[in-house]
Design a protein. Structure first.
Length: 186
């Protein structure tokens, strides 16, 4: 089990964020560190707003216009079982947008991340991965065979009993390591 510090603090409405900053949703979600995401009026928000979300399109929230490539990238991230690397995003999103290249994926990730639509997930020894921002606090499972990183809903709760004497726990992020169900069946 590996621990990687993130910006989630107990009692913060069970939300997590790696980069505190203002976003179109900050005021509606309680501000400080709760970064909302958008998907356009009538289509629902990328981060889970109701179908009538009127926070604007994903492109508007990230400060750039929405494009077919950006929508393919966001759709890929939304549909994934967990955070994806740029290469994983490219492999899947290319099916929806044939001309998509790695540089375009990185450029869009940067804009979406800076616009508060994505959160970066870091696992030691692995490339950075990205997931939709604004998810409730959760952890991850990394398959050692296929390399897929899965979301694990929920949290084991108070981990203060594991903290050495004299230390104080401020945040936690758990990544469980093992073999996923698909790889176990092979």
């Amino acid at each position: 089990m590996r621990a990687v510090e993130i910006g989630w603090l107990p009692g913060e409405d069970d939300r997590m964020s790696k980069r505190p900053a203002a976003s179109p949703h900050s005021a509606s979600r309680g501000g400080k560190g709760r970064r909302g995401v958008t998907g356009g009026a009538g289509r629902g928000c990328v981060g889970g707003c109701d179908p009538g979300c009127s926070h604007g399109s994903a492109g508007e929230a990230a400060g750039v216009r929405s494009t077919r490539q950006r929508e393919a990238i966001l759709g890929t991230i939304r549909a994934a079982p967990g955070p994806l690397s740029a290469q994983e995003i490219l492999r899947t999103a290319k099916r929806k947008s044939a001309g998509l290249g790695l540089a375009t994926v990185y450029r869009n990730i940067k804009g979406l991340f800076e616009g508060g639509l994505l959160t970066e997930v870091n696992v030691p020894g692995e490339p950075p991965r990205y997931e939709v921002a604004g998810k409730t606090h959760h952890h991850h499972f990394l398959c050692g065979r296929c390399g897929t990183l899965f979301d694990i809903p929920g949290c084991p709760g108070d981990l203060s009993s594991l903290v050495p004497a004299g230390f104080s726990l401020e945040a936690h992020d758990l990544t469980l390591l093992g073999v996923c169900a698909d790889c176990n069946r092979r």
